[in-house]
Design a protein around this ligand. Structure first.
Ligand code: AMP
Ligand code: GLY
Length: 428
């Protein structure tokens, strides 16, 4: 029987831990640090560990007989948590620090894509304001300016004109707005189309596609307002037609795994290609993430029928070509409930009402509430982060899943709640 540790505290980690805890081959699921939602799951236990201190992590795994670790967020991966755990003999599903550069450095990713002729936007790389500004003089607008390093999703500026572009360059390169992450920048061609998330499990050479999904990155209805971590998602995503699926699988995902292996850093873990699909159905890579998406994980995990722990072990053994994955054929849609003010400053500590009434089996067993920024305080669940909950529903059509999710959302609430009311609109 497997004993699993999930690292992270968001809705993604709640969904991964929940799915793992239901596997017949999993005896125990720990999450560090987890949230109030994982704390309430009967088969999940939260633990407080300093995950930046690999020796503490390794000691915990050894004394609790953990035989599988799954990492939610990118930072520990970029820091080398997989290298540290694997060298202590603890099976860990995720990329090495070297392979995690696909997300950790946008310059690395762009150079990689160009070297292996994988479709992506044209770009140039700069460390000096002057050179960047000279380049901008010759470009069309809008144009995209990106900090090289990890910037918690905030390091991308879409500049409408030269003035905005120069301001972004100065912010990043001269004023150090993103610290070290912005000491190198990418200036990239603006791509038009519809975005989709293509997420796979990779074993270094083979991959298993996770179901297709689409995120909603903008804060407000109709995809306007500031960029966020994601305000809702659904799966499957009809924008990914069979033809696009085949193209992405061959020319983007397999090409990436082949390129990484050829470059001496085979990629094992969840690989997430953020794609822009244009009106002709041509897909290009916007970015790579070396982890599962949040909130895409939540609807995808509600549809996964196979045992996630067994899939991870097959991947670690390099045997994904020998397994298949089973999905619930229904549609899943998740609505993120956030604190008003997110992605900027927001209140914390607001008491959340209605959770018990909507709890899994109360309203409908096809509704699942994943927690993110929640905490327990004096016997109540309170808000403790920008994205607070992701309310997911499964149904025969996307429209029915949407209705069901919003019915539940309306029963839950707190003083300063905020959510989009149009999740799924592009596909409905
Ligand atoms: P990234 O973190 O690179 O995915 O960028 C965050 C968001 O910025 C993406 O999800 C897109 O909405 C947008 N974006 C990034 N690069 C481009 C591009 N080259 N063209 C148009 N939009 C982009
Ligand atoms: N939902 C976008 C991300 O996880 O990066």
């Amino acid at each position: 029987m497997n004993r699993v540790l999930v690292i992270g505290s968001g809705g993604r980690e709640h969904a991964l831990a929940w799915r793992l805890s239901q596997s017949l081959t999993v005896e125990k699921t720990f999450v560090t640090p987890g949230n109030a939602g994982t704390a309430m799951e009967p088969a999940i236990e939260n633990v407080v560990l300093d995950v930046d201190d690999f020796s503490i992590l390794i000691a915990f795994c050894q004394s609790n007989n953990i035989n599988l670790v799954i990492i939610g967020p990118e930072q520990p991966l970029v820091n080398g948590v997989v290298d540290a755990l694997s060298s202590s003999g603890i099976a860990c599903f995720g990329p090495t620090a070297q392979a995690a550069q696909l997300e950790g450095s946008k310059a690395f990713a762009k150079e990689f894509l160009e070297r292996h002729q994988i479709p992506t936007a044209a770009y140039a790389e700069f460390t000096e304001v002057k050179a960047a500004n000279i380049y901008l003089q010759t470009q069309n607008f809008p144009i995209v300016i990106k900090a090289d390093g990890l910037a918690a999703g905030k390091g991308v500026v879409i500049a409408e004109d030269l003035t905005q572009a120069e301001a972004a360059v100065t912010d990043m390169l001269a004023d150090n707005k993103f610290g070290d992450a912005g000491s190198r920048i990418i200036i990239e061609e603006f791509l038009v189309g519809e975005e989709a998330s293509y997420i796979v499990m990779a074993d270094g050479k083979n991959f298993l596609p996770m179901a297709t999904s689409q995120d909603h990155k903008a804060r407000d209805n109709g995809d306007v307002g500031p960029n966020t971590g994601g305000m809702g998602a659904y799966s499957p995503a009809p924008v990914v037609t069979d033809a696009i699926d085949q193209y992405v699988a061959d020319e983007i995902i397999q090409a990436t795994l082949d390129g990484m292996a050829k470059d001496g850093m085979p990629f094992t873990g969840f690989l997430y290609a953020g794609l822009m699909i244009d009106a002709q159905g041509q897909a290009k890579v916007l970015e790579f993430n070396v982890r599962f998406g949040d909130p895409e994980t939540q609807p995808i995990m509600t549809r996964l029928k196979s045992n996630l722990d067994e899939l991870c072990f097959s991947a670690i053994a390099g045997q994904l070509d020998q397994v298949s994955v089973e999905w619930d054929s229904r549609f899943a849609l998740g609505v993120v409930m956030a604190e008003a003010g997110y992605p900027f400053s927001y209140a914390k500590g607001n008491r959340i009402n209605g959770l018990k009434e909507v709890g899994a089996d109360k309203l409908d067993s096809n509704i699942k509430i994943f927690h993110a920024g929640t905490a327990q305080k004096e016997g109540h669940i309170v808000t403790s982060g920008g994205r607070v909950l992701c309310v997911c529903a499964l149904d025969e059509s996307l429209k029915e899943a949407q209705n069901k999710a919003y019915q539940a959302v309306k029963k839950i609430g707190w003083d300063s709640e905020y959510y989009r009311t149009d999740i799924g609109f592009k596909a409905i």
